[in-house]
Design a protein around this ligand. Structure first.
Ligand code: URA
Length: 205
């Protein structure tokens, strides 16, 4: 297990308790925002990084994007408490900018440790940044959303379901269908309710 524990960062179980690896993020954060949800969740959602609301409350996806995600989960018979939700970086970038490559790399050990410990059936990437980060290639997220890719992460081969960011549905209504279709796929893979029925389809992969 690659559980980071060094001079400038430490993690206990799934919780990063201290970290000073990214000077700009140490300045901009109010707190470290760790993942939430069951430690043995079948579905792990991975976003980009905390925004202002998440920084304030210390929980991922609690702002407007979180409302979109929560309601999409509810529509499919899933509660927020049924799934694990985390981010590529755990500290809020200044002015809501994207995390830099160095910041993503600094936080990667924590994400890999979380993936290894939770050992989800499916990782759902919410948006371009987490999709490219986990797949380690450029991703055309609007066309690739809904596809399941295989990737070695956190010690073994994993299924990664690409999805557009929930916020995209707020700014561009045409993204709603893409988002909903990817969530249908996620629910079907996890055995929740979806257009594809209530049975888990994990055996197909
Ligand atoms: N967007 C993200 O990518 N992560 C959050 O936690 C909130 C919004």
């Amino acid at each position: 297990m690659d559980e980071p524990d060094d001079d400038d960062g430490s993690m206990t179980g799934l919780t990063v308790t201290a970290c000073t690896r990214c000077p700009a993020l140490v300045d901009s954060r109010s707190r470290i925002v760790n993942g939430t949800g069951p430690e043995d969740a079948d579905l792990l959602f991975v976003g980009e990084g905390p925004g202002a609301q998440e920084d304030g409350q210390g929980e991922p996806f609690v702002g407007r994007s979180g409302s979109v995600l929560d309601s999409a989960l509810r529509d499919r018979g899933l509660a927020r408490s049924d799934v694990r939700i985390t981010n590529c970086v755990r500290c809020r970038p200044p002015d809501n900018r994207d995390p830099t490559t160095a910041e993503l790399d600094n936080c990667r050990g924590y994400l890999d440790a979380e993936i290894e410990l939770v050992d989800p059936e499916v990782i759902v990437t919410l948006g371009k940044v987490p999709s490219e980060h986990l797949l380690d290639r450029s991703v055309a997220i609007t066309t690739e959303a809904g596809t399941v890719q295989e990737m070695r992460i956190g010690g073994r081969q994993r299924r990664v379901l690409l999805c557009v960011h929930p916020a995209a549905t707020l700014y561009d209504r045409s993204q709603e269908t893409t988002f909903e279709a990817a969530l249908d796929e996620a629910a079907a893979l996890a055995g929740g309710r979806s257009d594809g029925g209530g049975q888990s389809r994990l055996g197909e992969f």
